[in-house]
Design a protein around this ligand. Structure first.
Ligand code: NAP
Length: 242
């Protein structure tokens, strides 16, 4: 049994990733923070895709909660390990820096950066010992280009891109790959408040992306076929930023 942990798997891109990895044969550990009802729907879709899954709710920004949840899972699954982790949980708290409060700055960084560390660090040893691991970090065009109104978000995703490249070099010899996926505008709850009609005029492809399109890219990176892609940031943005 191969297990994949998807943080923020209850909705949006994380849900689509859970389903795509289930189709690949992974058993899915669905993480979320509070939305149990939406997580139920993800599990239903995972089962419909022919695999199985379980819930592991915790706040990725909370070090103790995350450590306890992962340690409990590991204790209950002796001899097995989490072969794939998709660090997907994320939030937006947009504002011009001039008006940005400290809480909006730190909450975005805590979830993206500390979340990545809290979740990934306890999984690394098993991946290295078993000589197979897939770590996929959900970043953003915002972390590559920098977007006004998103200094917090751009900073967090840019930092995660740097961590992706550094960690890839630490673990490549052990058969572990670490890559980042950088979406542009994808239709989900996170982008529901945006003016899609206006924004899509700026996208050469002429539309927002779908969660499933991001999920298919993640699934390829999680597959055996992608073993030599390591330390990369792969954009998926309809040519919005090349
Ligand atoms: P979404 O629809 O808002 O879903 C966010 C998910 O993250 C939910 O499952 C939520 O859980 C979970 N989450 C939030 N904070 C968490 C925490 N502290 N601990 C655990 N889980 C947490 O967002 P999305 O559009 O699918 O985005 C997913 C990822 O893609 C994010 O990292 C985002 O930055 C990135 N991204 C999105 C876009 C886009 O256009 N949508 C573009 C570029 C990058 P609950 O359901 O429990 O709240």
């Amino acid at each position: 049994m191969k297990y994949a942990l998807v943080t923020g798997g209850s909705r949006g891109i994380g849900r689509a990733v859970s389903v795509a990895l289930a189709e690949l044969g992974y058993n899915i550990i669905i993480n979320y923070r509070s939305n149990a009802q939406e997580a139920e729907e993800t599990l239903r879709l995972v089962r419909e895709a022919g695999s199985d899954g379980e819930f592991l709710p915790f706040d990725v920004a909370n070090a103790e909660q995350t450590a306890a949840a992962i340690a409990k899972w590991q204790a209950e699954h002796e001899g097995e390990y989490i072969a794939c982790v998709v660090n997907n949980a994320g939030i937006r708290k947009d504002n011009l820096m001039l008006f940005m409060g400290a809480e909006d700055w730190s909450s975005v960084l805590n979830i993206t950066l500390n979340g990545f560390f809290n979740v990934t660090q306890p999984l690394l040893k098993d991946m290295c010992v078993k000589k197979f691991g897939r770590i996929i970090n959900m970043v953003s065009l915002s972390g590559l280009k920098g977007l006004p109104g998103q200094t917090n978000y751009s900073c967090s995703k840019g930092g995660l891109i740097a961590a992706t490249k550094a960690l890839a070099q630490e673990v490549a010899r052990k058969g572990v790959t670490v890559n980042a996926v950088a979406p542009g505008f994808i239709r989900s709850d996170m982008t529901a408040d945006l003016d899609e009609k206006e924004l899509k005029k700026t996208i050469p492809a002429g539309r927002f992306g779908e969660t499933r399109e991001v999920a298919d890219l993640v699934a390829f990176l999680a597959s055996d076929k992608a073993g030599y892609i390591n330390g990369e940031v792969i954009s998926i943005n309809g040519a919005l930023y090349t």
